[in-house]
Write a protein that binds this ligand. Structure first.
Ligand code: ADP
Length: 216
């Protein structure tokens, strides 16, 4: 299966390089009776996609990698930063009622809970809020800090993490989302600032972009 659709000319160039590489752009152009300038975009695509490699003064050579290998390499390079969404946070003193309003208004599945210093202290899921609503308490007087999943039991990720590693955490922990955090050191202790959100929806979007070959 060819993951990146090559056009007829690119296929021909690939074959020429396979048979004759290393070969210069000039020489490829000569074989095709085209100018070097006409070939430039095709050579750029083949190099960017990883089918060809170029060495200065030597020319182009075939990398020998299959479409599937190249796809795997590209998928493994995707980072959280490329796909993360804006996080939605509530303060730990907010009521369960406020959190329910926020989760509806912001149209998210997970809220991150922060303290007065804006550091991550907990996570609230839809079911956490549903469970709390089933009791007899007055939802306006119960703070979210009572019902949230709290630190240090929060699964997090960083902007530079690989997307597939974040996906793996979602699967292993059976959760819908992760806070993307930045570490801050306060008096020798590490605290976390929430700078993003990565969810199953982001993973689905990544999958669609990969299928449409619209990812980098
Ligand atoms: P839901 O409970 O609505 O199905 P999740 O599967 O995401 O949503 O959450 C399941 C439980 O895991 C909830 O109690 C929630 O507080 C907790 N949880 C959600 N995300 C995280 C996370 N990133 N780290 C730790 N716990 C989490």
């Amino acid at each position: 299966m060819m993951i990146i659709e090559l056009n007829q000319r690119q296929e021909t160039i690939l074959q020429i390089v396979k048979d004759n590489g290393p070969i210069t752009g000039e020489q490829i152009a000569e074989k095709l009776s085209l100018t070097r300038a006409t070939l430039r975009p095709d050579l750029a695509i083949l190099s960017m996609a990883g089918f060809l490699d170029a060495r200065p003064r030597v020319g182009y050579f075939y990398t020998g990698k299959t479409g599937a290998q190249l796809l795997t390499e590209r998928v493994k390079k995707l980072t959280v930063k490329q796909y993360q969404s804006v996080p939605v946070v509530v303060n730990e003193s907010a009521s369960v009622y406020d959190a329910i309003c926020t989760i509806y208004l912001e149209d998210v599945g997970t809220l991150f809970v922060i303290n007065g210093d804006s550091h991550l202290v907990g996570v609230l899921s839809r079911k956490d809020l549903l469970r709390a609503s089933m009791g007899k308490q007055n939802l306006e007087s119960v703070p979210v800090s009572i019902i949230m999943t709290r630190m240090p039991n929060i699964t997090m990720c960083h902007e530079g993490d690989l997307l597939f590693e974040a996906a793996n955490k979602l699967i292993n922990k059976q959760i819908d989302g992760l806070p993307v955090v930045r570490d801050v050191e306060i008096n020798g202790n590490i605290k976390y600032e929430v700078i993003g959100r990565i969810t199953k929806t982001n993973m689905t979007k990544a999958l669609v972009q990969i299928a449409l070959d619209d990812f980098h």
